[in-house]
Design a protein around this ligand. Sequence first.
Ligand SMILES: *Cc1c(COP(=O)(O)O)cnc(C)c1O
Length: 310
Amino acid sequence: MFLKNKHSRIQEVYFSEIEGKDVQLFVKREDELHHFISGNKYRKLKYNLEEAKRLKHHTLLTFGGAFSNHIAAAAAAGFEFGFNVIGVIRGDELANKLDEVLATNPTLKFAAEHKMKFEFVSRSDYRTKTTSAFIQKLKDKFGDFYLVPEGGTNNLAVKGCEEILIEEDLKYDVVCSSIGTGGTISGLINSLAPHQKVIGFPALKGDFLQNEIKKYVITTKNWSLDTNYSFGGYGKVSEELINFINKFKAEIKIPLDPIYTGKMLFGIVDLIKKDYFAKGTKILAIHTGGLQGIDGMNTILKKKNLPQID
Ligand SMILES: *Cc1c(COP(=O)(O)O)cnc(C)c1O
């Protein structure tokens, strides 16, 4: 067994912006599961690593953008457990200036330090990454590998995410999660008790998500998506969001990432302010990790002369 089944702690949040509201907000600190294989990526890789070993693979291959939490986690997991890892990275322009990229992009620097081998591909090729022709080309080049999809989502990833909620979490009425590809929320939905429901906060504009999630879940009841807090799309942030993340960390001492958990908590706090939840509701927000992305976002914010994440 590579990644043990662990339980993360839960903290109650007393935040000035929702003072006096008759609901309780808690954060489940999945970000603390592992130093480098953070949050939901730990859950999603767990059974995939076991499967790769069972099939006697020595090499993992996966996909991601240049600041991807999944790329960082896959590199760290391969390094720790003795797999070679090939990262197929979106953006072939990066290959021509790799030294500069490694000096300025903390995610790829981290992945390189953990021996990930990069294959940079153009944005148009990247869009074809699930076709058998594209995958065959990769096999011709690198030999056989265990393929972990973009963002790590597949059936085994969902199975891992079914271990996020445990019996003690039955006391919460509403579970909230950020969404990228939909694997994490699918695991949460499958492990929910009948009196509970899940609200998902997509970090990107994507009407496809509803259907993606339906591929993995056992019920279409007890869950919904709130698409009002994507802040214009994947990786997009506003000054208001950055200020919120900084205020939340200053008061609560919980760091949030700008791509996923920051947007989700902004959404939850906004809904509480608007009295969306019934009186007495106990809300459990899953901190899915992603903190490695803060440094990369700060370099981008600095270039744009925007405030940075503390
Ligand atoms: C990858 C990631 C997500 C999205 O998870 P999906 O299973 O792809 O929906 C959410 N939060 C953080 C911090 C992540 O790194």
